[in-house]
Write a new protein. Structure first.
Length: 95
C-alpha cells in the first residue's frame, strides 16, 4: 500500500518472507503532486516516482529537522535520481 500526500509519503510492504515493512517520509523537503506520483513494483526493488509541484532541485528528500522512519534501516536506497520534474527513489530490501 502506498499513500502519497502533498508533503509526505508512506509505503507499506506486507508479507515478504513473513515480515512486514514500512517506509515513510512524514515531511518531504518540497511539495509533490500525489495524483501524478507513481509506484512500480519489480522483483528486486520498488520504485517510487514523486512528481514535483514546482520545478527545481531538492537538497534532500526529507526536511532536515525530520527523522526518516526507523523502519528504513531494513531498506537500502540504491538510487535517488533528481530532475526538474520528478524525483525517483529506488529501494531494495537489505540482505
Amino acid at each position: 500500500m502506498t499513500d502519497f500526500k502533498p508533503k509526505s509519503i508512506e509505503l507499506k510492504v506486507h508479507d515478504i518472507d513473513g515480515k512486514n515493512y514500512k517506509f515513510s517520509v512524514p515531511k518531504l523537503c518540497k511539495t509533490i503532486n500525489p495524483e501524478a506520483s507513481t509506484i512500480n513494483v519489480k522483483t528486486t526493488r520498488i520504485i517510487l516516482t514523486l512528481k514535483k509541484v514546482d520545478k527545481g532541485t531538492w537538497a534532500d528528500l526529507h526536511l532536515k529537522e525530520d527523522k526518516v522512519s526507523k523502519a528504513l534501516s531494513c531498506f537500502n536506497i540504491v538510487d535517488e535520481h533528481l530532475c526538474e520534474k520528478c524525483m525517483v527513489i529506488s529501494i531494495v530490501q537489505s540482505l
